[in-house]
Design a protein around this ligand. Structure first.
Ligand SMILES: [Zn+2]
Ligand SMILES: [Zn+2]
Length: 323
């Protein structure tokens, strides 16, 4: 995520907005006025002008820019009130308490760019990693408004899909190239995950191989976004195991039910534990994420008994054929 911190676009470092450590989900907004495409060099000034307009709005009595995050057409994510703060954008205290607010710098005409959608999805995922539940709604679902407009409403209804993890080929594929699978390679290294006993825990990945180099990013729970036929290999190193302690790994397929992701199936394996407190688990799964599911795959780990353990390395490699 290309995050622009408050101080980088000209706001005080900390938002004075009320604390809100968690919420049911995130609401998506747009500008609601005409907004023409412009160079990225003008985006920060646009965010500053939104903040100025909000601070000048005596009727609303805003303490700060109303949104938690704002996303420009170039995919940059501007920190508004940020994480752990109640928004002022959703139409009332109840709606602002139930959902955080993310605003697209997108107006009443034209289609949102792929970069804008990616930035919105990244801002939503970032909030979900910091207190937001899985529900993603339109501003118009919370209060009577057309916000965020037709195209973004459709995108929210479609499960706010990310563009594919792998960069698509620049030119249209020939029939022969069609048969070549895409590749996704993800790793978690410096991002360490503690696994509590008897709780399925999702592994997040914070490094992505983009085809030529490793790129560090925000921890991301999804390995692959459907629709696709796939084969996914998972390698996980666990430390802090007791002798004889069982570990289970599974590849879980989630489908979107219109509001949130629910687990559709799981494919668990389990392994005996090695001596010395370390376990290294490798497994490969193959399967299909149907188009109707708007699904995604996640890796999950369980230690049924004993003390909690730590995952200090995980790597997922997927080959997939878009279905
Ligand atoms: Zn709105
Ligand atoms: Zn921009």
């Amino acid at each position: 995520m290309q995050l622009i911190a408050r101080t980088a676009w000209g706001a005080p470092a900390t938002s004075p907005a009320a604390a809100l450590p968690s919420a049911r989900g995130v609401a998506v907004h747009y500008l609601g006025t005409r907004y023409d495409s412009r160079p990225h060099s003008e985006c920060a000034a646009q965010v500053r002008s939104i903040r100025s307009a909000h601070l000048a709005n005596k009727a609303e009595n805003y303490a700060d820019i109303a949104y938690n995050y704002l996303v420009c057409e170039h995919g940059h994510v501007y920190e508004g009130r940020g994480i752990g703060r109640r928004s002022g954008a959703n139409g009332g205290t109840a709606q602002n308490t139930s959902h955080y607010a993310v605003c697209a710098l997108h107006g009443t005409t034209g289609q949102p760019s792929a970069d804008l959608l990616r930035g919105l999805a990244e801002a939503i995922a970032h909030l979900q990693q910091h207190g937001a539940g899985q529900e993603v709604v339109c501003h118009g679902d919370l209060t009577a408004t057309a916000c965020p407009g037709g195209p973004l409403t459709s995108w929210v209804r479609a499960g706010h899909p990310l563009p594919p993890i792998s960069t698509p080929p620049a030119t249209a594929p020939t029939p022969e190239e069609d048969a070549v699978p895409h590749r996704a390679l993800l790793e978690t290294s410096d991002y360490v995950r503690t696994v509590q006993p008897n709780t399925w825990t999702t592994l997040n990945f914070n490094r992505l191989y983009d085809g030529s180099k490793w790129v560090t990013k925000d921890p991301e729970p999804s390995i692959l976004l459907g629709p696709a036929y796939y084969t996914v290999s998972l390698a996980v190193r666990v430390v802090g195991l007791e002798r004889g302690q069982e570990v289970q790994l599974r590849l879980a397929r989630y489908r979107h039910d219109g509001k949130k992701y629910v687990r559709a199936s799981a494919m668990p394996i389990s392994s005996p534990v090695h001596d010395g407190g370390k376990g290294h688990f490798v497994h490969t799964w193959t399967g299909h994420v149907p188009a109707a599911d708007r699904g995604r795959l996640r890796a999950e780990i369980l230690v049924p008994q004993g003390p909690g353990v730590t995952v200090d390395y995980a790597r997922a490699e997927g080959l997939y054929w878009p279905a």
